[in-house]
Design a protein around this ligand. Structure first.
Ligand SMILES: Cc1ncc(COP(=O)(O)O)c(C=O)c1O
Length: 358
């Protein structure tokens, strides 16, 4: 006799892990859409200041962080949900809204967590292919929305293709979505998107109570090791997500770090500028080598390659770890996160060696 898991577990695939963790030694880590810089020194101080209190549970309401976010966005703190990474909020909203018979609509390929939401709740996943340029096809997505749809996810910029849609197209889409559907706009990379200012999306919240903006401290703020994300939403959304999850889901160090990180918007601007410079550098160098990328607005490039497995192996041999498209829903690609200039140049040199060998 062996223990028996629920029948839903058959559909829950393991999260596709980057190869980074399997290797020792010095690596160029360009696989997980992280930023290459450590947290701001004041953020490190804020973390240290809380280490001595770790015998206490954290504030379950994350009051100070929600207040800081409310000030940053001029938004009501009761309408801000916090999570142990924005993934935690995605999983929470799925548990709160999905069940057998319900549907969730999203583009594909997109963020690899999305298939989990239907799989773990027994809902039906309705996936809509990206267009030829790797962008969401909003008209096709609209056609898939039915009375059974509970959630529609828009990933903007999209992971893994890095493409972004102009906000006015998303606003038109939201106008046409029936009000019984929650539109979650996953903006994990919004700060890097030069098509809009991150604050512009808040207009959507003013007009539509069924919209959620999902954001994270994992990317531009460089705090993915602590896991903290947030949603700008409605008070009913926050209440549902808070009720369904374990209490104290955001740890004390993460709360302290994120609250301090928000105070350093000048650092955010500096990082965005550096990423934009690296984007131009990497994309133009790849173009010179005849390698096509999508029109990216994130901190990574989506690169078409002839032999994905050979490119991945060749890069790995040289200590450069990127993600293969096969694991992310579209074989024949690699996704490369921008690192520091020396890291990006190490990637380009490794690509040259792989091309020469072929
Ligand atoms: C589109 C997208 N959304 C959400 C996340 C999750 O971020 P976290 O849970 O670290 O906040 C990621 C992480 O890579 C992502 O790419």
């Amino acid at each position: 006799m062996s223990i028996e898991f629920s029948s839903r577990m058959r559909d829950v695939a393991p999260y596709p892990q980057a190869a980074t963790y399997a290797f020792g030694g010095d690596l160029v880590k360009l696989a997980s859409n992280e930023t290459p810089w450590p947290p701001h020194p004041d953020v490190l101080e804020a973390i240290k200041a809380h280490v001595g209190d770790l015998n206490r549970y954290p504030d379950p309401g994350g009051t100070a962080l929600r207040k800081a976010l409310a000030q940053r966005y001029d938004y009501a703190p009761e309408r801000i949900a916090l999570g142990n990474g924005s993934c935690d909020i995605l999983l929470g909203v799925a548990q709160a809204m999905l069940e057998p018979g319900a549907e969730i609509v999203y583009a594909w390929p997109s963020f690899s967590m999305y298939p989990h939401l239907a799989a773990m709740t027994g809902a039906r996943a309705v996936t809509v292919p990206l267009d030829d340029a790797g962008r969401h096809d909003l008209e096709a997505m609209l056609r898939e929305i039915t009375v059974a749809t509970r959630i529609c996810l828009i990933c903007n910029p999209n992971n893994p293709t890095a493409t972004a849609l102009p906000l006015d197209q998303i606003a038109d889409f939201v106008d046409q979505v029936p009000r019984h559907v929650l539109v979650v706009i996953d903006e994990a990379y919004v700060e890097f998107n030069l098509l809009q200012d991150p604050d512009d999306s808040l207009e959507l919240l003013k007009k539509n109570t069924n919209v959620v903006l999902l954001r994270t401290f994992s990317k531009v703020y460089g705090l993915c090791g602590l896991r903290v994300g947030y949603a700008l939403a409605s008070d009913t959304f926050r209440d549902a997500v808070d009720r369904i999850r374990q209490p104290f889901s955001v740890n004390a160090l993460a709360l302290a770090a994120a609250t301090e990180a928000l105070r350093h918007q000048d650092e955010v601007a500096r990082r965005v500028e550096r990423i934009a410079i690296e984007r131009v550098h990497v994309e133009s160098e790849l173009a010179e080598r005849g390698l096509a990328t999508t029109e990216g607005q994130a901190n990574f490039s989506w690169v078409a390659v002839e032999d994905e497995a050979a490119v991945l192996a060749g890069l790995e041999e040289r200590g450069v770890i990127v993600r293969g498209g096969a694991a992310l829903g579209d074989p024949g690609h690699i996704r490369v996160t921008y690192g520091t200039r020396p890291e990006n140049d190490a990637f380009l040199a490794a690509i040259d060696a792989v091309i020469q060998r072929a």
